[in-house]
Design a binder for this molecule. Structure first.
Ligand code: SF4
Length: 267
């Protein structure tokens, strides 16, 4: 199909977070000022451990723990960080892992996965704009819990922020995964779960065709904004952004016209 627009949940999320950051990362593709924060690396490593646990079908803490350090070394290496340098596993990550194992047993998902860390790609056409969206998503886990008939989708969240009910309902990730399992796998999923092992939280949600329509409309709107170069910053979650210097350099001349910004940035 011609003229496909490649999108994903993170493509949508990046713009929602901050259009200026989206511009640096996805339009200009500039080098970030800062390396990824350590909690981000640990989050990536934990995802690999969760996958390893399902691959081995070994739902014990000891086994999961044995995978943690190698996973973190691997992630650090991929990010170009010094892997020779000694680093310790944070207590938070170890606790998160312990909670994960407890939850897997508690919610009866200590069974073989239907899918684990599976990339799914599908194409949707917007009835309004005619845009063809090639949507990529990576599903953390699809599994039929013990004693149930239908599969559920589980998305692992390694952060500590627990979203509000409204945020869960509006979350595009759940909508995209529901669509993907239906279109790509022809699976009728009974529910979608956000699992927050750090906080031992298990939050369920569902999606319908109304949510699918809303998502396609939101994609149409975002594509138009990107095309029109609407990249005004939101100044939201700046403490987690990897582009603080570039961003300040862009702001200072606007705030103090005519003044060389370089010395102000070092302050
Ligand atoms: S520092 Fe804040 S405003 Fe600037 S690009 Fe990053 S998130 Fe956006």
């Amino acid at each position: 199909m011609g003229n496909e627009i490649r999108v994903s949940y993170s493509w949508k999320y990046d713009y929602d977070w901050c259009p200026r950051r989206f511009k640096y990362k996805r339009v200009e593709k500039v080098e970030p000022d800062l390396p990824p924060p350590s909690y981000n690396l640990e989050g990536q490593a934990l995802h690999r451990v969760f996958k390893g646990v399902y691959e081995a079908q070994n739902f014990t803490f000891d086994y999961a723990y044995s995978l943690l350090k190698p996973a973190l070394v691997e992630v650090r290496k991929e990010c170009g960080l010094d892997v020779e340098k000694e680093f310790s596993l944070s207590k938070v990550s170890v606790k998160t892992l312990e909670n994960f194992i407890t939850m897997v047993h508690k919610y009866n998902i200590d069974v073989p996965a239907l899918l684990s860390e599976k990339e799914m790609v599908f194409v949707l056409t917007s009835p309004k704009s005619g845009n063809n969206y090639r949507i990529t998503s990576v599903l953390d886990l699809a599994v039929v819990p013990k004693g149930e008939q239908s599969p559920i989708i589980v998305d692992f969240k390694t952060g500590s922020y627990i979203p509000t009910e409204y945020e869960i309902q509006e979350n595009d990730q759940a909508t995209i995964y529901y669509m993907a399992t239906k279109v790509v796998l022809n699976l009728d999923v009974s529910r979608f779960v956000f699992m927050f092992p750090k906080k031992k939280k298990w939050i369920e949600t569902r999606r319908t065709s109304v949510d699918y329509e809303k998502l396609i409309h939101a994609l149409d709107v975002q594509v138009l904004k990107v095309k029109n170069k609407e990249f005004n910053p939101t100044y939201k979650n700046c403490q987690m952004c990897q582009y603080p210097e570039k961003c300040r350099k862009e702001d200072v001349p606007k705030l103090y016209p005519g003044i060389d910004s370089s010395w102000m940035i070092c302050m």
